[in-house]
Design a binder for this molecule. Structure first.
Ligand code: BGC
Length: 741
């Protein structure tokens, strides 16, 4: 569909007579001439458009597409979710899938898993692969990645984001965006901004101070725009300063377009625009998903009733809206279009290629986090273990269907159970016990898993059967956690409890009492309480890992892959230990106050000395690492200088593996209160047994700054600082002090 405009190009050739020789030559209209500078082409196209044509490109014409300018051969724009795979094609006006048979995609691991790799190279691989799938499906805008900060473990959409730390999310989002866009597909970074909960997501007004806004909630967006060069940004549903974020003057006009110089298009979240005047004036460029009575009442085209459609056109005609602002919007949409749909040099992309499946498996394996491994319970030895018991619904349940707009239709999803059976072959006897019933259904917008997960046994019976089987097994793997149903890891709702649902704690306690060789595998995008932790030797956070879940999981369980993932967010012991719940508000009412300010995640735990269950940055390996010899190349940093901190990391075990060496900085004398320390650098180092490498971090004064809300600017205040180097936020192996002049 997007290539239709090519057919119209000949019609648009401008004929210029060539005197003297009786022949003629042709000149391509300059907006179609890809050899000319982009801005020149945009101005040319703009100058040819009527008022009506200008307004027509600013809003949807279907669920996921917007019109181009047919008269000029400027094509439509097609969007797709995002952010973990390419959503199946939907019907023109409906969310339901169109039942195509050629739109099954590769599901990549959820973004929490990607963030847990702490490896920007994996983010690049992810971006390249999903960008190729989007391109193959002829999509112009990929609705992702999401970089809303993990504020509370109850947020239903945390699995779509990159964790609690702005530096980690920034480092990971940039390669994703760049690589997607190399395919001629725009990344649409979402949801800008402060969309940290699903409860009352369309109306809640976030009250947050400027320091937290700047230091915690905006940096990953800024990195995506300024370093990643994102071509589009999606406004969030919620309000900030009383204005919906999809037409929020301060966020969109002042910060995004003003301070950051964003030249792309702001796209509303679907149904996120609520007011014509604000949509016209406050930075929205492209409106999608607005509910109109027209759709239900069946007017000829309900999209005409969108704020940035007839109502805006009427304002313009009456002289109540500014024409320069209109042209700015149109330029941004044309820029987006020229960079994507109208780019004839983009590659062709591919869908479900072996490379994409391999990428999904690799990223999933690298993101899984070994939380606990007492007595070397893992990796499992598939020779020594003769009878293996697998327990838990999540071992057999498909997870790519559900969860909201990120739901996918995959060609195949390898469940944990399939992966385990394939991995052990006939070397060992594998049995399965359900253990608990979570959600046996499996459909989303017309995509059905087709799985029959019906169960008639009572909770007591399920536990008794699992325990009996556990007594006979050499080892037990429990696969549980959350799922993509409402009130779990799911868009539109938040979790209702921090503990595991469906009485899973009871099942785990009973299994632990029946068999000492118990591994708990959590499939989730969120932290959960673990009251049984002392009685379970091994715990693995496996996330939602996409198409290749079963393969990636067994790679780790059986030791083909040595785990190297690190937590991108803190697991508190109790919900009350999380800052938003201890000091802030959640979910609030009409407003939600972020009273905890900048003390989000480990910043809170460190500063208030509250021990987490598992700390930010934590993750074990099947080998061991030593980090030492932490040194700085100078003791004083000048305002324009840099300082280097080095550390030696050695693989002291007998397996190859990777360690993430983490640099945190603490401000020892500051006129404003600051967290004990903040992540400012990390490097993932692959090491053979016995190998040592030196890691070097460069510290510039920018890394020492805080946002001074009284001055409205970033300040690096002279004084003493400490650089901490370690393997997790709670596992610092060395530190050095230095002074900023
Ligand atoms: C979600 C977005 C998504 C859009 C289109 C919205 O409900 O918040 O993340 O991209 O729908 O499906």
């Amino acid at each position: 569909m997007n290539l239709n405009f090519l057919k119209t190009i000949p019609v648009l050739l401008l004929f210029a007579g060539c005197a003297g020789n009786g022949g003629s030559s042709t000149t391509v209209a300059s907006y179609l001439n890809e050899n000319l500078p982009l801005e020149e082409r945009i101005e040319d196209a703009l100058s040819r458009m009527t008022l009506e044509e200008k307004v027509a490109v600013l809003h949807a014409q279907s669920k996921f597409s917007s019109a181009g300018v047919p008269r000029l051969g400027i094509p439509e724009l097609w969007c797709t979710d995002g952010p973990h795979g390419i959503r199946p094609e939907v019907l023109w006006d409906e969310w339901n899938q169109a039942r195509w048979t050629n739109d099954s995609c590769t599901a990549f691991p959820a973004l929490t898993c990607l963030a847990a790799t702490w490896n920007p190279r994996m983010a690049a691989l992810y971006g390249r692969s999903i960008g190729e799938e989007a391109r193959y499906r002829e999509k112009d805008v990929l609705l992702g990645p999401g970089v809303n900060i993990y504020r509370t473990p109850l947020n239903g959409r945390n699995f779509e984001y990159m964790g609690e730390d702005p530096y980690l999310a920034s480092r990971m989002v940039v390669p994703y965006v760049r690589e997607v866009q190399k395919n001629g597909v725009a990344a649409c970074v979402k949801h800008f901004a402060l969309n940290n909960q699903e409860t009352r997501r369309h109306s809640v007004n976030v009250v947050v101070d400027d320091r937290a806004l700047r230091e915690i909630y905006l940096p990953a967006f800024e990195a995506a725009v300024r370093q990643g060069g994102a071509w589009s940004v999606m406004g969030a549903y919620n309000k900030y300063r009383g204005e919906h974020c999809c037409h929020n003057r301060y966020l969109l006009n002042d910060i995004l377009k003003g301070e950051w110089g964003f030249d792309g298009a702001v796209i509303s979240d679907w149904g996120g625009a609520h007011d014509t005047k604000q949509s016209a004036e406050n930075g929205l460029d492209l409106e999608f998903g607005t509910g109109t009575d027209g759709l239900r009442a069946g007017t000829r085209n309900a999209y005409d009733n969108y704020h940035l459609a007839f109502p805006y056109l009427e304002m313009l005609r009456r002289g109540e809206a500014d024409l320069a602002t209109l042209d700015d919007k149109v330029r941004r949409v044309l820029r987006l279009n020229f960079r994507t749909a109208m780019n004839t040099h983009k590659p062709f992309g591919s869908l479900n290629s072996p490379e994409h499946l391999a990428a999904a498996r690799r990223i999933a394996g690298e993101g899984m986090v070994l939380l606990k491994n007492d007595g070397g319970e893992l990796p499992l030895d598939s020779v020594a273990v003769k009878r293996l018991l697998v327990v838990g619904e999540n071992a057999v349940k498909m997870m790519t269907v559900g969860g909201g707009s990120s739901s996918l239709k995959v060609r195949h999803e390898y469940t944990p159970m399939e992966g385990i059976l394939e991995a052990v072959g006939d070397r060992c006897e594998v049995t399965f016990e359900r253990g608990y019933v979570g959600d046996p259904t499996g459909s989303y917008n017309g995509v059905e898993t087709g799985q029959d997960l019906s169960e008639t046994r009572s909770e007591e019976q399920l536990i008794a059967d699992a325990v009996e089987a556990a007594k006979r097994a050499d080892a037990v793997i429990f696969v549980g956690g959350l799922n993509k149903s409402a009130y779990q890891d799911c868009e539109g709702t938040d979790r209702r409890q921090y503990g595991l649902p469906y009485a899973q704690d009871r099942v785990i306690e009973a299994l632990a009492a029946a068999n000492p060789h118990l591994t708990v595998v959590l499939v989730s995008g969120n932290a959960v309480a673990m009251p049984w932790l002392d009685r379970v030797p091994a715990v693995l956070e496996a996330w939602f890992s996409g198409s290749e879940t079963g393969h990636a999981l067994t790679d780790v369980l059986f030791g083909r892959v040595n785990p190297s993932g690190k937590l991108p967010f803190t697991f508190p012991v109790r919900l009350e230990d999380n800052a938003a719940h201890a000091m802030g508000e959640f979910p609030g009412g009409d407003s939600v106050r972020y009273n905890e300010s900048i003390l989000v995640g480990y910043r809170w735990h460190d500063t208030k000395a509250i021990r987490p269950l598992f700390a930010f940055g934590h993750g074990l390996s099947y080998t061991t690492f030593e980090i030492g010899n932490v040194k700085a190349d100078r003791t004083t940093l000048t305002p324009k200088g840099v300082l280097h901190v080095t550390a030696d990391v050695t693989n002291t075990g007998d397996r190859a593996g990777a360690e993430v060496v983490q640099l945190y900085i603490g401000d020892e004398e500051s006129s404003l209160s600051r967290p004990v320390k903040e992540l400012k650098g990390f490097e993932k180092v692959q090491l053979a047994p016995g190998e040592t490498r030196t890691v070097t971090f460069e510290i510039a004064p920018e890394a020492l700054r805080y946002y001074d809300d009284t001055k409205g600017q970033w300040v690096a205040e002279p004084g003493r600082f400490t650089a901490y180097v370690g393997a997790a936020s709670d596992d610092i192996r060395g530190q050095v002090e230095f002074t900023l002049e």
